[in-house]
Write a protein that binds this ligand. Structure first.
Ligand SMILES: *[C@@H]1O[C@H](CO)[C@@H](O)[C@H](O)[C@H]1NC(C)=O
Ligand SMILES: [Ca+2]
Length: 217
């Protein structure tokens, strides 16, 4: 008889727990963590378990919210300092390495990219992907663009124009693990040039958060 009781009690327990936890779903002001609930002798077994389930539901809800709040993605295009009739113009060459500021924002979810400084600033510790495409329409000059993490060059493209070929695209990209506050920007190395267009988005810089790393580097 005793063993019979035990067997029928188990599914009943589950039903009661589920019912209680649904009943608690609106109580979102309770901010205890799961470990605060030890089902000690002072609590009745059912209400203790149902409190645990209710708490787990809220934790899952919080996690879901924090994940959704970290949406980070941008694309921006370079614009020329001066332009010809078709809108084309070159940036550089300069004697020193110079920040390339992509002023035309196409997408900037999360506002982590600044069209004023040209730099992306990581809003959270995480792994990000960046890519850039640089255009050249320059006779006998060299196109080159480098991607920097803080003050360190990470990847570079360069193209030495040979005679008879004066139109090229070059691109590169990198997956970077960043700490909150790290910056990523594009640099025009000294002596190089890049072409852009006032209306078309030829030379671009894009990046996005792949995933958040808890307490990461
Ligand atoms: C450049 O990007 C803008 C969006 O910011 C778009 O409206 C426009 O059509 C693009 N230009 C070309 C020529 O693709
Ligand atoms: Ca070439």
């Amino acid at each position: 008889m005793k063993t019979m009781m035990k067997k029928t009690m188990l599914p009943l327990q589950l039903i009661v727990i589920v019912c209680l936890s649904y009943g608690q779903a609106d109580d979102s002001t309770n901010k205890h963590s799961i470990s605060d609930y030890s089902c000690g002798p002072l609590f009745s077994h059912f209400s203790c378990l149902s409190a645990k389930v209710g708490n787990l539901r809220r934790e899952v809800e919080d996690l879901r919210k924090s994940r959704n709040s970290v949406g980070v993605a941008f694309s921006a295009a370079l614009r020329p300092p001066t332009q010809d009739k078709q809108g084309f113009g070159n940036t550089g060459p300069f004697q020193a390495d110079t920040n390339l500021v992509h002023t035309h924002v196409i997408t900037n979810v999360g506002n982590a990219f600044s069209p004023r400084t040209g730099a992306f600033t990581a809003p959270v510790n995480g792994v990000y992907y960046f890519t850039f495409t640089s255009y050249a329409w320059i006779k006998e000059a060299n196109i080159g663009v480098a991607l920097y993490k803080n003050h360190e060059q990470v990847v570079l493209v360069d193209e030495y124009q040979d005679k008879g070929d004066n139109e090229d695209f070059a691109s590169n990209g990198a997956t970077l693990q960043l700490a909150k506050g790290d910056t990523v920007s594009l640099v025009l190395p000294s002596g190089f040039q890049v072409t852009s267009n006032a209306f078309k988005n030829f030379s671009t810089f894009s990046g996005f958060l792949l995933f958040h790393v808890e307490g990461g580097q």
